[in-house]
Design a binder for this molecule. Structure first.
Ligand code: SF4
Length: 182
């Protein structure tokens, strides 16, 4: 399976979610948030195509990272490929964050099997468009206050949106690597 990317897998990120992360920069987004910081990732024909298997290989060689973050662009436009990558990363003991311009409620409304499967593999969803009028430097890992950090698995289980407010009390953002380093 192929995925369209804006850039190769980026390791060592400490700004795209909790802990040390590797970022999958997907290409393609139609949300058109005013003052988006990554306008070069909007064009669905931009970037380049990559084989999902190559990304899995890159992920399997990660050493320091606690998790994978899907960003872009909007990863939900390529939910099938992202889901496959996320499932593999979870098997490697990595946690999964995803940024999307859709709200969590909108994603559920879609009733799209690929989106649903992707959500099943996401620990934390940062949802909603970037809104310049709500920009804040106070919100961790978000650009504007309308965006939420959502505990996806708890939200799906309880059938309501469960947001994360206290990072250090959440198991899901702690390192989950099963590997033992000697
Ligand atoms: S969803 Fe993200 S990538 Fe898309 S326009 Fe908004 S800020 Fe930019």
């Amino acid at each position: 399976m192929k995925i369209r990317l804006a850039a190769p897998l980026q390791g060592d990120s400490i700004v795209d979610g909790e802990g040390i992360r590797a970022v999958v920069w997907t290409q393609g987004c139609s949300h058109n948030c005013f003052a988006c910081q990554n306008p070069q990732t909007h064009d669905f024909k931009g970037g380049y195509e990559e084989d999902v298997e190559n990304i899995k290989e890159d992920i399997s060689s990660l050493v320091l990272e606690d998790g994978i973050t899907f960003s872009g662009g909007d990863p939900m436009f390529q939910a099938k490929a992202c889901s496959e990558i996320a499932e593999f990363a979870k098997e490697q003991g990595l946690n999964i964050w995803c940024y999307t311009g859709f709200t969590f409620e909108k994603l559920l409304e879609m009733k799209n099997k690929d989106v649903s499967k992707f959500l099943d593999n996401i620990d934390v969803l940062v949802d909603g468009k970037f809104e310049l009028e709500h920009r804040s430097f106070e919100c961790m890992y978000r650009g504007s206050t309308n965006q939420r950090l959502i505990d996806v698995q708890k939200s799906l289980k309880e059938n309501r949106v469960v947001t994360i407010t206290k990072y250090d009390e959440k198991e899901i953002i702690k390192p989950q690597r099963k590997r033992v380093f000697v």
